[in-house]
Design a protein around this ligand. Structure first.
Ligand code: NOJ
Length: 552
């Protein structure tokens, strides 16, 4: 135990000190030239991840799937997608990762299955089949139309008609992703058995896809954080997770600082962490959502992150991230992917990794990969982008306007292949990639970055290593400063006699920063993306995107 605060948060866990790394298998490394990343490809790159220092991989879905949503539509929960490999490959991945001190955290996608799952095929064929009730069916409205006006996340109605049985099923994301009916106890049992089967293989935990949707009350129009959610999560915990030393992170687009501890409070026996998106959605248009980003507002962004740090200060635990496979590249969104690409990417990493919680790095972030600039809708592959494109065109939106939005905030930005080298296809494949590589791979790639001592990889290595040696980074109390400053992020972390001062200039301009009293310090430079800084007082000049950590 390091402090009373740690005691309040319970026994220190391995994942408090670890850094997670997300792999989107389709885009990571292709070993057999079919243009699609695969598990042997991941194994071939494990040394890269060991060198980075990560503690676990969050592996996006590798299960059998028709890939309508690149694996977030599972047709067999206990099979590996043939294009990704075999069970033998998967077992080798777990073993080889473990040999490097890395756990494998699987993606659990159980709000919905694929429409080609044998459960759904049987369910749609006969209403008296016991698995019919594994899905959410409703009769048509009196006019024969859908039971409600609910829209699907990926465009169109959320209700999909099956003429053979005269009923609609709920596909909250898309027709290819029918929602599972969690109110059916047999379905829940099948899911728990499946989870135990994977856990018994020695995986390190689960990231749970859109988990806050499973307690929905469809007829009341409640989808997120519905009335049955926590009952099911507690049952799941009892039946699968209890007594195992694994990590769980539940994805929720609805969770707020007010509801977070219902999931991850120490007395709840549900999850270890949530992936919350309040800081992401803060940058979206209130009406048009992600397709029309609003100008970045640092004060609002800090307020959201501060609220989360405060809400989970003594109980629960934060996940820390700016990127994943659904989000734009962080350096393009929050930094500068032009002249200050490296400096701004280091600044963003400093802020995230120095907050209290477990940081997650998304593949390619460690070398500062950027958004891509597609010019034609045919270049996009994402079901969400294509579904909303169809809706937007029907609403009279000009294709180029939609594409501009998709290039800014669309999901394919994160899904262009990992840039390993300056070679053709970025060293990702020797075939034709399933989605185009970003042309900037000639400059931005692992080989180039890792050979540069001032590169990003080296900086991430330092950040990840520091958390293993400095308990204050893991457990220290968080105190924000300069909350209303529109350009600078500043906070301290304090653990007993140890104190860290973190300052970051979020702009591409040189500026004068009036150091608030609580930040005045003299100490030792722990990390910085310009020259070392070991003291702070009065008025200091911050360089564009400068960030530093002083231990005092
Ligand atoms: C969230 C996942 O991160 C996203 O990629 C997916 O499309 C939806 N859930 C539906 O599974």
């Amino acid at each position: 135990m390091h402090s009373t605060e740690t005691q309040a948060q319970g026994v220190p866990k391995w994942w408090h000190t670890a850094t997670g790394y997300q792999i989107y298998p389709r885009s990571f490394c292709d070993s057999n030239s079919d243009g699609i990343g695969d598990i042997p490809g991941i194994i071939s790159k494990l040394d890269h991840l060991r060198d980075l220092g990560i503690g676990f991989i969050w592996l996006s879905p590798v299960y059998a799937s028709p890939m309508a949503d690149n694996g977030y539509d599972i047709s067999d929960y206990m099979a590996i997608a043939p294009e990704y490999g075999t069970h033998a490959d998967f077992d080798r991945l777990v073993a080889e990762a473990k040999a490097r001190g890395i756990g494998i955290v699987m993606d659990l996608v159980v709000n919905h299955s694929s429409a080609v799952h044998h459960w759904f095929q049987a369910a749609r064929a006969a209403t008296d089949d016991p698995v019919h009730d594994y899905y959410v069916w409703r009769d048509p409205a009196p006019d024969g139309g859908p039971p409600s006006q609910q829209r699907a996340c990926f465009g169109g109605s959320a209700w999909h008609f099956v003429p053979e049985i005269g009923k609609y099923y709920l596909g909250f994301f898309s027709a290819e992703q029918p929602d599972l009916n969690w109110q059916n106890p047999h379905l829940r049992r099948e899911i728990y058995d499946m989870m135990n089967w994977w856990l018994d293989k020695g995986i390190a935990g689960f990231r749970m896809d859109v988990i806050s949707l499973i307690g929905k009350d469809v007829d009341a129009g409640i989808f997120e954080e519905g009335p049955f959610l926590h009952e099911y999560l507690q049952e799941m915990h009892r039946e699968t997770l209890a007594g195992r030393d694994v990590v769980t992170v539940g994805e929720s687009w609805a969770v707020s600082p007010e509801t977070a501890l219902l999931y991850c409070g120490r007395d709840r026996q549900e999850l270890d962490m949530v992936f919350q998106f309040n800081h992401i959605v803060e940058g979206w248009d209130p009406v048009h959502g992600k397709w029309k980003p609003r100008p970045f507002d640092l004060v609002a962004f800090k307020r959201v992150l501060n609220d989360w740090q405060t809400a989970l200060a003594d109980d629960g635990w934060n996940s820390l991230f700016l990127s994943n496979h659904d989000l734009p590249r962080q350096v393009s969104r929050y930094g500068d992917d032009g002249v200050y690409r490296v400096q701004s990417a280091k600044m963003l990493a400093t802020v995230i990794h120095m907050m209290k919680g477990t940081p997650f790095v998304y593949q390619g972030e460690e070398i500062g990969m950027t958004n891509v600039r597609f010019t034609h809708i045919d270049q996009f592959r994402d079901i969400e982008t294509l579904g909303h494109y169809a809706d937007a065109i029907a609403d009279g939106v000009a294709p180029d306007d939609f594409i501009a939005g998709a290039n800014t905030n669309g999901r394919d930005n994160a899904r262009t292949p990992m840039q390993w080298s300056a070679d053709t296809q970025a060293g990702f494949t020797t075939g034709t990639p399933w989605i185009e590589v970003n042309p900037n791979h000639s400059d931005i790639n692992v080989a180039a970055d890792r050979s540069d001592p001032d590169g990003l990889f080296d900086y991430y290595q330092q950040l990840i290593a520091l958390r293993k040696t400095h308990a204050v980074i893991v457990h220290g109390q968080y105190q924000p400063y300069a909350k209303d400053d529109p350009s600078v992020v500043a906070f301290t972390r304090v653990l007993e006699q140890e104190k860290l001062v973190v300052v970051a200039n979020f702009t591409g301009a040189q500026l004068q920063f009036h150091v608030p009293d609580g930040l005045t310090c003299k100490g030792q430079s722990l990390l910085s993306n310009y020259g070392p800084r070991d003291a702070l007082s009065g008025i200091v000049t911050l360089e564009p995107f400068e960030a530093f950590v002083i231990a005092s």
